[in-house]
Design a protein around this ligand. Structure first.
Ligand SMILES: [Zn+2]
Length: 387
């Protein structure tokens, strides 16, 4: 059904009266003599707004009537003053009209079809059955779009007869009871029931933000008008914060990030070297005890370092070892033995694991696992003399 009040996107207020009421789960659906609310269709979301100052919760078309859902109770014949959120509607109209423009340009230039259109808060996209798309085509499209916005082509809504429409549109597109056409200058003639801005200058600017290959062609991503300004503001805020943190201007942020990454890599390399030196000293200290098996409990070591230390002790000092790390209320236990020894670490670990409810396993030369840290496990490990 066609509502001609929607031909002017700036008509956002209306005095009317209630004609129908339907109760729905403690809420009420209302139909009015006329409405300025756009009902969701053609991929465009419905309007948001208020009636008599109360919020409209949803809108729908049913039985050829346009319904508005509200919590407040009204009677048939009551006066109603409608007011639409203009900012939200205008943004929607900009994005939708920009889609008409981009589609018209690509379809005219490359003889392709529009396959789908997707609108989101941050960025929109249109999918075309393009065989290829390049940065050069992207830039050309952006220049063309913004050139036409400067030219301020008129966007007009027409109600042609079937024979008039047949001069501009293929017959299969004319299968509607009433025909509503949206025309952009002499560039585009499109059957559409949605709302649009009155001329291209209201789009302010189109930014083609990227493109992406899809199974059917290419998705062209775009941002325009108020949405573009919001998007730039949001990104500037993030860039300003990052600039402040790194004490660099926007354009040098990447240089700063790369410098940080390189410093971090160098620090990681240093840690490995210092850890090696620490293991050498620690292994030397632990090996001084006269027992045939090295046992030790740590409360400041990570699992990876614990395993590396066990490997170092068994290869450099040819000593079996049982190393325990306390990790808050958990623990990790490593049992290691030199390659040529008769000791089977797997069996040794299994014995301890069963006794102290640990999980894990491993090979003859290195077995490990973890569970809850207990005082009895700690005492047991300290008392081990040989494996
Ligand atoms: Zn449209």
């Amino acid at each position: 059904m066609i509502n001609k009040l929607l031909d002017n996107c700036f008509l956002t207020e209306l005095n009317t009266i209630v004609t129908d009421v339907e109760e729905d789960n403690h809420l009420y659906w209302y139909a009015f003599k006329e409405t300025v609310f756009f009902m969701k269709q053609g991929g465009m979301e419905g309007d948001i707004g208020v009636i008599n100052g109360y919020e409209v919760l949803d809108v729908k078309i049913k039985d050829n009537k346009q319904w508005h859902l509200m919590a407040e109770e009204m009677q048939v014949g009551d006066a109603a003053f409608m007011s639409i959120n203009l900012h939200e509607r205008f943004r929607k109209c900009q994005i939708h009209t920009a889609q008409h423009l981009i589609s018209a340009l690509l379809c005219n230039v490359y003889k392709v079809d529009t396959l789908s259109h997707h609108v989101s808060d941050d960025e929109n996209d249109i999918e075309f059955n393009l065989e290829s798309f390049t940065d050069k085509m992207k830039n050309e499209l952006m220049v063309l779009c913004n050139g036409l916005i400067r030219d301020d082509l008129e966007v007009t809504v027409l109600y042609p007869s079937r024979s008039e429409a047949a001069l501009h549109a293929p017959a299969e597109k004319l299968n509607h009871e009433e025909l509503r056409v949206v025309r952009i200058g002499a560039l585009d003639y499109n059957l559409c029931g949605c709302m649009h801005v009155p001329s291209l200058r209201y789009l302010q600017m189109i930014y083609i933000s990227g493109y992406e290959k899809t199974p059917r062609g290419y998705k062209i991503k775009y941002i325009c008008g108020d949405q573009l300004l919001d998007s730039v503001s949001r990104r500037y805020k993030v860039l300003n914060e990052a600039s402040q943190t790194l004490a660099l201007s926007h354009l040098y942020l990447n240089t700063g990030i790369n410098k940080l990454i390189n410093e971090q890599k160098a620090l990681s390399r240093d840690i490995v070297l210092w850890k090696q030196k620490y293991f050498v000293l620690l292994a030397e200290k632990l090996n001084k005890s006269d027992c045939t098996c090295v046992t030790y409990e740590f409360d400041d070591i990570d699992v990876k370092s614990l395993v590396q230390l066990a490997q170092y002790l068994t290869t450099e000092y040819q000593k079996p070892c049982v190393l325990l790390a306390k990790l808050y209320d958990k623990c990790h236990l490593v049992v290691g033995a030199p390659k040529d020894s008769h000791i089977d670490c797997s069996t040794c670990f299994k014995g301890i694991a069963q006794q102290f409810e640990l999980n894990g396993g491993g090979s003859r030369t290195l077995s490990q696992g973890g569970g809850a840290y207990t005082k009895s496990l700690s005492d047991y490990v300290k008392a081990i003399q040989k494996l």
